[in-house]
Design a protein around this ligand. Structure first.
Ligand code: NAP
Length: 476
């Protein structure tokens, strides 16, 4: 059992109350580590440390901060093996994926440093002579980050890297079930020479106590959150009395449209991988598939062949493709969706088994599903493909848009013109046609429906961490 402390103001400390809680290994359901249980007083200490560090860090030049970000990237690469192993132990990500995720996390720091250095100001036209008006970009200040358990290392990097690149200071609350991963991240980056104490603080505790204290803290300027839409609403309510800026990356139930002329092999390669990689715990992954009846059986058969090929097991085994789900609670929730769909008339084409030892669910394919089934309406966030046949392409946009969410949509067709025409009709924040990728340059997130507010990643996401101060100078 690992015993860890929190990282506040450059020091490793326990909770003021002395309280702790355990995290589990999802492959075995056995305790893995013990971490401090932060409450309001601990959150306050972390926020005060970040506030004190802010003038120092934001006062450094971009070049000085970038040297530190580059050192952080190098440290993540140096410790990627330990970080990836822990991501497997506490989150269940197979090592081969987790290692790549750590490399991606390192890149986020380099990319953010370079992108911050490339930001330019704007001069604004004014009608008066001898008057100059321009935008001065300033860091927002102290940012509270509250992150979800899916892919915890990259979720941390995608938030922290751009925020600190621009001179902000941070207090991060990782998901309680993946607290060790959050503290490991703090340990690795704390070794970066030149990173002042208090710029990054990591506290562990429950969402309802530590997360809520962070979201409502009067000296936090902004909340960056990724998680479910329900929690997002609580955080918005907590942040409202002090009118904080928020960037919210929330839930999704992403429609996939498979036209009869789609390249099914190419589609399966992308979609089935996304469906089962990380046990389907991906916000950008497929949620519900509308498959044209002419290719429905062929698509389902190819999906099954893919699912059969996967090796499920211990994430530390480098040949394993799929590990467990993150928790017993999540495993039971996903199993409930599978059983509910079967009760509603769906056919279990493959998988559907939940383990008693550990939190595994085998890759699952449900056929003969309908749009009105709960499994098609809600976010399953697991290794479950929900295949719905359709006949009339004219109906499909209405079905795709009929959701509380609007995160992204996937379209597969060889008729690029037909695909392009859907872009404007799909009420979502991102459309992937015949591919799916998310690069450092591409912004993610949307303000559509209950899927969030604002952007994360790319230059759009970077700008969320700055305040555009208007300056107007008359120099007559
Ligand atoms: P979650 O239950 O909403 O939890 C997310 C974070 O919020 C955790 O750190 C949690 O702490 C904390 N929290 C819970 N209640 C809180 C409260 N009242 N006040 C402040 N913080 C609180 O989400 P999850 O189950 O970890 O993650 C899965 C969800 O994230 C899915 O809905 C998925 O779609 C979404 N997601 C969205 C994106 C995107 O980019 N849009 C990306 C990834 C995931 P505890 O862990 O202690 O409960």
């Amino acid at each position: 059992m690992q015993q860890r402390e929190m990282y506040i103001n450059g020091q490793w400390v326990g909770a003021i109350s002395g309280r702790t809680f355990d995290t589990l290994n999802p492959s075995t359901a056995e305790p893995l580590g013990t971490v401090p249980y932060a409450e309001a007083a601990d959150v306050d200490a972390a926020v005060r440390a970040a506030r004190a560090a802010f003038p120092v860090w934001s006062g450094m030049t971009q070049g000085e901060r970038n040297k530190v970000l580059y050192r952080i990237a190098a440290l993540i690469r140096e410790h990627a093996d330990e970080m990836a192993t822990l991501e497997g132990l506490e989150h269940g990500t197979p090592y081969k994926d987790a290692f790549g995720v750590c490399m991606g996390a390192a890149e986020k720091f380099e990319w953010s440093a370079n992108a911050a250095a490339a930001l330019k100001g704007d001069e604004l036209p004014v009608p008066n002579a001898n008057t100059l008006s321009f935008i001065k970009r300033e860091p927002v200040g102290v940012i509270g980050f509250i992150t979800p358990w899916n892919l915890p290392t990259i979720m941390t990097a995608v938030k922290l890297a751009p925020a600190i690149a621009l001179g902000n200071c941070a207090v991060l609350k990782p998901p309680s079930i993946n607290s060790l991963i959050g503290l490991k991240f703090a340990e690795v980056i704390s070794k970066a020479e030149g990173l002042p104490n208090g710029v990054v603080n990591v506290i562990t505790g429950s969402g309802s106590v530590a997360g809520n204290a962070l979201a409502s803290h009067p000296d936090v300027d902004m909340i960056g959150f990724t998680g479910s839409s329900e929690t997002g609403k609580s955080i918005l309510a907590a942040a409202a009395p002090t009118v904080k800026k928020t960037v919210m990356e929330l839930g999704g139930n992403n429609p996939v449209i498979i036209y009869p002329d789609a390249d099914l092999d190419a589609a399966i390669k992308v979609l089935a991988w996304r469906q089962f990689n990380n046990s389907g715990q991906h916000c950008s992954g497929p949620g519900r598939y509308y498959v044209h009846e002419r290719v429905y059986d062929a698509f389902a058969a190819k999906f099954k062949v893919y699912a059969e090929s996967l090796k499920i097991g211990d994430p530390s085994d480098k040949s394993v493709d799929m590990g467990p789900l993150v928790s017993r609670e999540h495993q039971q929730k996903v199993s409930g969706y599978i059983q509910g769909a079967i009760d509603d008339g769906a056919t279990l084409l493959f998988g559907g088994e939940a383990s008693e030892n550990g939190f595994f669910i085998t890759p699952t394919i449900l056929t003969n599903c309908r749009h009105d089934m709960t499994a098609a309406r809600e976010e399953i966030f697991g290794p479950v493909a929900v295949l719905i046949p359709f006949t009339d392409a004219d109906d499909i946009v209405a079905l795709a848009n009929d959701s509380n969410y609007g995160l992204c949509a996937h379209v597969w067709t060889r008729d690029i013109g037909a695909g392009m025409k859907l872009i404007g009709k799909l009420h979502v924040g991102a459309v992937f046609i015949n591919c799916q990728m998310l690069t450092n340059e591409q912004p993610w997130g949307t303000s559509i429906r209950e899927s969030g507010i604002g952007k994360e990643g790319g230059t759009y996401g970077l700008l969320e961490f700055t305040d555009a101060k208007l300056v107007c100078v008359n120099y007559n």
